[in-house]
Structures are given as structure tokens and as C-alpha cells.
Design a protein around this ligand. Structure first.
Ligand SMILES: *[C@@H]1O[C@H](CO)[C@@H](O)[C@H](O)[C@H]1NC(C)=O
Ligand SMILES: *[C@@H]1O[C@H](CO)[C@@H](O)[C@H](O)[C@H]1NC(C)=O
Ligand SMILES: *[C@@H]1O[C@H](CO)[C@@H](O)[C@H](O)[C@H]1NC(C)=O
Ligand SMILES: *[C@@H]1O[C@H](CO)[C@@H](O)[C@H](O)[C@H]1NC(C)=O
Length: 428
């Protein structure tokens, strides 16, 4: 999640850097009084996504209409002092970051974009010049990034695909020559020969170069072996962390009390679970942005887990009984779906948790007779019952996890991380 925030900051920086390099535009005019720091970008983005219907360009205060002084050429046409409007309607519609396939997709929509200005258009069969009024209606721009690991082990963008579609294109040119009027007369031809090469043509390689330039600078310390996918490599890191933190075997100090029916209470003590560090990715790891929220899907599992606990059973009118049981679970697979509002001041919600257990075997400590009874009872239970039991337990687990999530203050976590990394230093 924190990494995701960093990625957003990097993207904003890349866009801002690209704009600053454009001639005649002073992006600083749009940045307001305060210096543009990573902390401010995050704050502005949180503010942006707290609106009911976030649209427009976040962080920067871009005027509308926006006049770009000077001349600008594209596909043989030169526009003078072009005025652009419609960008305040820009909306981030959908993002899908798929760690499994190492790809990212972004969809942006815009109700309309209008460009007005004087133009010059030289041609073999007569030149045109006059006023141009170009309006694109209902624009949908989809950008897809495909990442890979290069020979130095660095994460790089290998391909960028931009798909630009619209519902309607209105063209109004004065002073057109005959041949040019034919071209303008067929809006779709005009789009594919003039606008598309301008919008999409150079952008693909430019985006790729800029992001790669930034990634080599920022992520130089983060190299991946090319033999396994970065997603699995990240999981091995988690595995090492679990071992480092002495969490495998995991010892729970708390006593677990569970009231059964008829005043019978079961108590578990000295619960110990080993095998957690065999955690691995089973299927998908992905992030999606839909309707101003990030949906995270994680599918992870472990190999054999071994657990042990001292148990005791007590009831009001009965002497307490107890013993020690060892449990072995062949495998564990968990699917978790989390929703995090883009306004990171709101806590995440656990949308779904699904736990699949492999075969279970129980071995008793062997001292008490009752241990054998319990051992036999559990072992006789058909293993198909285990998922019935799990389904009963899932709501409890769900509750416990959600309670922990409610305590999470992602905004503070991100801000503290940024502060550690010098997030108050101006970027430009
Ligand atoms: C992610 O990629 C995997 C493998 O290509 C695919 O099976 C899965 O459906 C993708 N998930 C999403 C949410 O796009
Ligand atoms: C440009 O054309 C659109 C419709 O296509 C119109 O609404 C708008 O007023 C025109 N702008 C100018 C400056 O003529
Ligand atoms: C359990 O207690 C031991 C020592 O009393 C301690 O080292 C360990 O961190 C505790 N574990 C948990 C999960 O609280
Ligand atoms: C179980 O019941 C006892 C007595 O009725 C009560 O004190 C205790 O809090 C209950 N424990 C749980 C976990 O509900």
C-alpha cells in the first residue's frame, strides 16, 4: 500500500517533469504558493479523492481555458496561441496493477476536449490558414504498461500501449484549401492522420523512457533475480522476515476461551504453530482502482502447518479434564480481498476471506485417555467436514481482522514513511 503511494508520487513527478520541459508553459504557476513536496502531493491527493466526484487534474491548479502561447506543430499543422479547455473534466476511471502478470492498466476519461487557435497548414495542392476549432467528445484513453526484469535485475517498462477512442470529433476550420477540406470533411481520417500520431505517436516511447529513467534512479537498490517473478521474490522477503522476527514457530501467549453449549467451556493454552514461513503465492496478487477505491486481491498459502496446544474442558458440575494435542494441517490456502478507499484517511475493509484447509491429522500427547478420544474423534471426522468447520470460523476471523484494520491509520503510516525518506524536500 505504501509502495502504491510512492508509485503515485513518482507518476505525478514524471508528468510534472514532462510538462516543465514543454516550452512556454510555466508549471510553477500552477503549483500554488507552497513548494511541491511528496508530502504535499499525498495530502493533495487525499483531499482530491475525498470529494464526492473527483475530477480535474489533481495537485496542480491548471487554469481553464488554458492558453499556450507561441506555436505548436503536429503532423504538418501549426497552431498559434492555442487555447485548450475541457481538461477540468478529466477523471481517473480504472487502474489495474496485476503483480502476477507484471502489467498495469489505467483508463482516463474526459467528457470533451476543445482546442481553438489560428492555424497554418501547408500542402502540395494549396495551403490553408485561418481559425481552427477542434472538439473531441467523450474521450477514453487507456494506457497499458508491461513490466519486466532486465539483465541487471532491474524492474523496467518493456512496452507501453496507448489506446485512444472518442465518440465524436467536431472540426471547424476556416480558410481550408480544397484537398485539406476533404481531409477535414472525414473526421475519422483527420483523427487517424493528424490527431492520433500527435497524441499517441511519440507518447508511447516518451512515457517508457521517462518512467524507466525514474525507476533506475529510484529503485536502483531494488534488484530482482531473473529466475523468479518479482511477486514471488517479494514473498520470499516476507518469508525471511517471518524467520527473522522469530515468528516461526509462532507462540500465542493468550489463552483462548470458547463457551460451548450447556455451560461447557473449552480452553486452549500454549498454542504453538510452525510452518508459517512456508508462505507462498498460490494464484493472484493484484490491485485495482474502481470507483475511488483500491481493491487488493491476495491469494497465498502455506505448506504443512503443525500446531500444538494444551486444552482443557470444564463445566459447572463436572471435574475439569484436559491434555495436549498436536495437529497437522497438510496445507493452507487463503484468498483475501481488501477494499481501501482512495481517501486513505478511511480504514480498509476486509471484503472477503476464504480459508481452505488441507487434510488434518491429530496426534495426542498420549498421557490422558481423553486425548485418545479427542484424537479419534477428530481423525474420524471426514475431512470434507474441515471446510464446513472453516466456514463457521471464517466470520470470526473476518471480525478479528476487520477490528485490527479499523485501528490502521494509513494516512499517518504514509506520511511517516515519507518523512523518513525526506518527503518534505521540494521536488522541483
Ligand atoms: C492478473 O494476471 C493473471 C495472469 O495473467 C490473470 O490470470 C488474472 O486474471 C489477472 N487479474 C486481473 C485482476 O487482471
Ligand atoms: C467550437 O465549436 C464548438 C462546437 O463544435 C462550439 O460549441 C464552440 O463555441 C466553438 N468555439 C469557438 C471559439 O468558435
Ligand atoms: C510471548 O511471551 C514471550 C515471553 O514471555 C515473548 O518473548 C513473546 O514475544 C510473546 N509472544 C507474543 C505473540 O506476544
Ligand atoms: C464464558 O462464560 C463465562 C461465564 O458465563 C464468562 O465469564 C466468560 O466471559 C465467557 N467467555 C467467553 C469467551 O464468552
Amino acid at each position: 500500500m505504501v509502495r502504491g503511494g510512492v508509485v503515485v508520487v513518482v507518476v505525478v513527478v514524471v508528468v510534472v517533469a514532462a510538462l516543465t520541459r514543454a516550452q512556454n508553459i510555466n508549471v510553477r504557476d500552477w503549483m500554488g504558493e507552497e513548494p511541491l513536496t511528496p508530502q504535499r502531493i499525498v495530502e493533495d491527493l487525499v483531499e482530491y479523492f475525498s470529494q464526492r466526484d473527483p475530477h480535474g487534474i489533481p495537485v496542480l491548479d491548471v487554469p481553464e481555458p488554458l492558453t499556450i502561447p507561441g506555436e505548436r506543430s503536429a503532423s504538418g499543422i501549426t497552431l498559434y496561441d492555442a487555447t485548450i479547455s475541457g481538461h477540468s473534466g478529466i477523471r481517473l476511471e480504472y487502474v489495474n496493477v496485476n503483480i502476477t502478470s507484471l502489467s498495469a492498466m489505467t483508463r482516463i476519461t474526459l467528457p470533451f476536449l476543445n482546442i481553438v487557435g489560428d492555424y497554418d497548414w501547408p500542402g502540395y495542392w494549396g495551403s490553408s490558414s485561418g481559425e481552427a476549432n477542434i472538439t473531441l467528445v467523450a474521450i477514453q484513453a487507456t494506457t497499458e504498461l508491461f513490466l519486466g526484469v532486465n539483465s541487471q535485475g532491474l524492474l523496467t517498462v518493456e512496452d507501453v500501449q496507448i489506446d485512444f477512442v472518442y465518440d465524436d470529433l467536431k472540426l471547424d476550420f476556416t480558410g481550408l484549401s480544397y484537398t485539406h477540406s476533404l481531409l477535414v470533411g472525414t473526421a475519422s481520417t483527420f483523427f487517424s492522420t493528424v490527431i492520433q500520431p500527435f497524441v499517441v505517436g511519440g507518447a508511447q516511447s516518451k512515457i517508457m523512457d521517462r518512467i524507466n529513467e525514474r525507476m533506475t534512479q529510484r529503485l536502483a537498490h531494488l534488484t530482482f533475480p531473473d529466475s523468479i517473478s518479482p511477486a514471488d521474490y517479494a514473498v520470499t522477503k516476507v518469508r525471511n522476515k517471518i524467520r527473522e522476527m522469530n515468528m516461526d514457530p509462532f507462540k500465542a501467549n493468550k489463552t483462548i476461551d470458547q463457551n460451548l453449549t450447556w455451560g461447557v467451556t473449552i480452553q486452549l493454552k500454549n498454542v504453538e504453530v510452525s510452518g508459517i514461513s512456508t508462505i507462498h503465492r498460490t494464484h493472484e496478487v493484484s490491485f485495482q482502482f474502481i470507483d475511488n477505491a483500491v481493491f487488493v486481491t491476495l491469494q497465498i498459502g502455506t505448506q504443512t502447518l503443525a500446531g500444538g496446544a494444551d486444552w482443557s474442558l470444564s463445566a459447572a458440575l463436572m471435574p475439569g479434564v484436559g491434555g495436549h494435542l498436536n495437529l497437522e494441517i497438510e496445507s493452507l490456502a487463503i484468498t483475501i480481498e481488501i477494499k481501501q478507499p482512495a481517501n486513505i484517511r478511511s480504514p480498509p475493509t476486509l471484503r472477503k476471506i476464504d480459508v481452505q484447509l488441507g487434510n488434518i491429522a491429530v496426534r495426542s500427547g498420549g498421557e490422558g485417555t481423553l486425548d485418545y478420544v479427542v484424537e479419534a474423534a477428530v481423525n474420524i471426522l471426514p475431512n470434507t467436514l474441515r471446510n464446513v468447520i472453516m466456514n463457521k470460523l471464517e466470520p470470526r476471523i473476518h471480525q478479528i481482522i476487520q477490528r485490527e484494520m479499523n485501528k490502521m491509520d494509513l494516512y499517518r503510516i504514509v506520511m511517516n514513511k515519507l518523512a523518513e525518506r525526506g518527503g518534505s524536500r521540494p521536488l522541483i
